[in-house]
Design a protein around this ligand. Structure first.
Ligand SMILES: Cc1cc2nc3c(=O)[nH]c(=O)nc-3n(C[C@H](O)[C@H](O)[C@H](O)COP(=O)(O)OP(=O)(O)OC[C@H]3O[C@@H](n4cnc5c(N)ncnc54)[C@H](O)[C@@H]3O)c2cc1C
Length: 366
C-alpha cells in the first residue's frame, strides 16, 4: 500500500495545496484500490477489513503520499459517513450508498457543526419538520470537510426540539436535492487539499427513506459512531508524520553547522528523541483502540485519549520539524511548513483537545 501511495498518489500535492484543490483522481484510485471501502462489508462493495487493518491501510497511505487533505477525506468518509450507515442504515440505504462511496465514485461528508453549535454540537439549530412522505430541513452546517464537493451529506437535524438533544435525527441528503446548497470552499490554514465549507438547507425536502436509523437516533449516533472517528481520524496524518520524522532524522545527520552535523547538538537531538517518543506512543495508542474496537469494546476513554494524544503529538512534532529545518522549514517549497499547517486542525476537528480532556475526566468520574 505504501508503494501504491508513493507511485500513484500525491503527484500534484504542492500545487493542490496552493490552490486548495482536492485530488479527485487520487480519490478514485484509492477507491479502485479498496482503500475507501476497507471497513465496509464485502456485500456492500467494501473489503470487510477489521479496524486494525483499516487503520494500518490509512496510515500507509499517509506515509506514502503525505497528502493530509486526502487522508482526512478518507478517514472522514470511512468513520463518520460509511460507519454510521453500516451501523444504523437499512439494507436499502446500505445498497444505495455504500458501493458508490467505497468505489470512490461518490464523496461523502458529515455535517454536524453549525455557526452557533460547535463543541456543544447537539445544541444544533437545524430543524427537520415532518411532512407527508418525508421531512423539510432548514438550517446551516459550517466547517464541513468536503462539503463543496460531496455527493452525499450525512446531516444531523432536530426533529423534536422539545426533546432537546434527544430529538436529534440523522438524514442522508444527496447532492442536487431541492433546497440544498453547498457553499464554495472557504479558505483555511491547513489541509487545504480537503476543501471545507457550508451545507445550507432552505425548505429542503428529504424523503422518509433517507432518515437514518429512526427519529431521535442522532444522540446515539453522535456518541457511539463518532468515537470511531475520534480514535482513527488521524491515522493517515500519523503516517505523514512518520515520513516527516525520518526526514528530520536524515536532515539532522546531514546538515552541518559549526563544523558538525546539527544532530550532534543536544537541542536538536532532544527534539528528535521527543518526536520519536510521541510517534511511537501515538501509534501504540491507536492500534490499542483498534484492537479494542475489533474485540467489541466501545473503548470510550481510550478513543478520547487517542484523539487528544495523537492530535497534540502531531502538532508538536510538526513544530519541531520546522525548528530542526530552520529557514528551510519555513519555506513553502520544502513541504515542512505544510505539515505544521495541516496539523493545527487536528486539535480542533472531531472534538477539540479541551473537549477530549473533558470527556476523559467525566469518564473518570470527575
Ligand atoms: C479542519 C477542520 C475540519 C472540520 N470538519 C468538520 C466536518 O467534517 N463536519 C463537521 O460537522 N464539523 C467539522 N469541523 C468543525 C469542528 O468539529 C468544530 O470546529 C469543533 O467541534 C469546535 O467547534 P467551534 O469551532 O465552534 O469552537 P467552539 O466550540 O466555539 O470552541 C472555541 C474554544 O472554546 C473551547 N471550549 C468550548 N467548549 C468548551 C468546554 N466545555 N470546555 C473547555 N473548552 C471549551 C474549545 O476547546 C475552543 O478552544 C471541522 C473543523 C476543522 C478545523
Amino acid at each position: 500500500m505504501i508503494e501504491f501511495a508513493r507511485t500513484e498518489l500525491g503527484s500534484k500535492l504542492a500545487e493542490n495545496d496552493r490552490r486548495g484543490s482536492f485530488a479527485k483522481g487520487d480519490w478514485e484510485r484509492c477507491g479502485a484500490r479498496g482503500v475507501l471501502g476497507c471497513h465496509v462489508p464485502e456485500e456492500y462493495g467494501g473489503a470487510g477489513l477489521d479496524a486494525v487493518s483499516t487503520v494500518l491501510t490509512h496510515e500507509a497511505i499517509g506515509y506514502g503520499c503525505q497528502d493530509n487533505g486526502l487522508t482526512l477525506a478518507i478517514g472522514g468518509q470511512t468513520w463518520s459517513v460509511q460507519e454510521p450507515i453500516v451501523v444504523y442504515g437499512s439494507d436499502e440505504q446500505k445498497r444505495r450508498y455504500l458501493p458508490p462511496l467505497a468505489s470512490g465514485e461518490w464523496i461523502g461528508c458529515h455535517g454536524v457543526s453549525e455557526p452557533e453549535a460547535g463543541s456543544d454540537a447537539l445544541s444544533l439549530r437545524t430543524r427537520a419538520v415532518k411532512i407527508a412522505g418525508g421531512y423539510l430541513l432548514n438550517g446551516r452546517k459550517s466547517y464541513v470537510g468536503m462539503a463543496p464537493l460531496a455527493d452525499l451529506a450525512l446531516v444531523l437535524a432536530n426533529s423534536d426540539p422539545a426533546a432537546g438533544k434527544w430529538g436529534v435525527s440523522a438524514f442522508l441528503v444527496e447532492r442536487g436535492a431541492e433546497g440544498f446548497r453547498q457553499s464554495e470552499p472557504r479558505p483555511k490554514t491547513g489541509t487545504r487539499t480537503n476543501p471545507f465549507g457550508d451545507l445550507v438547507f432552505e425548505d429542503c425536502f428529504v424523503p422518509e427513506e433517507n432518515l437514518l436509523g429512526g427519529e431521535g437516533i442522532g444522540m446515539s449516533l453522535f456518541t457511539q459512531t463518532i468515537s470511531w472517528e475520534r480514535a482513527f481520524i488521524h491515522a493517515g496524518h500519523l503516517g505523514a508524520m512518520t515520513a516527516l520524522f525520518e526526514r528530520c532524522l536524515a536532515y539532522a545527520r546531514e546538515r552541518r553547522q559549526f563544523g558538525r552535523p546539527i544532530g550532534d547538538f543536544q537541542s536538536v537531538s532532544n527534539r528528535i528523541a521527543d518526536m520519536k517518543v510521541r510517534l511511537e506512543t501515538s501509534r501504540l495508542l491507536m492500534y490499542k483502540v483498534a484492537e479494542m474496537k475489533d474485540a467489541g469494546s466501545d473503548a470510550a476513554i481510550e478513543c478520547a485519549m487517542a484523539n487528544l494524544h495523537i492530535a497534540e503529538s502531531l502538532l508538536e512534532c510538526a513544530t519541531d520539524a520546522v525548528r530542526i529545518h530552520g529557514a528551510r522549514g519555513y519555506l513553502e517549497e520544502h513541504g515542512v511548513e505544510r505539515q505544521l499547517r495541516d496539523s493545527i486542525g487536528g486539535v480542533i476537528y472531531a472534538g477539540t483537545s479541551d473537549i477530549q480532556r473533558n470527556l476523559i475526566a467525566s469518564l473518570l468520574g470527575l
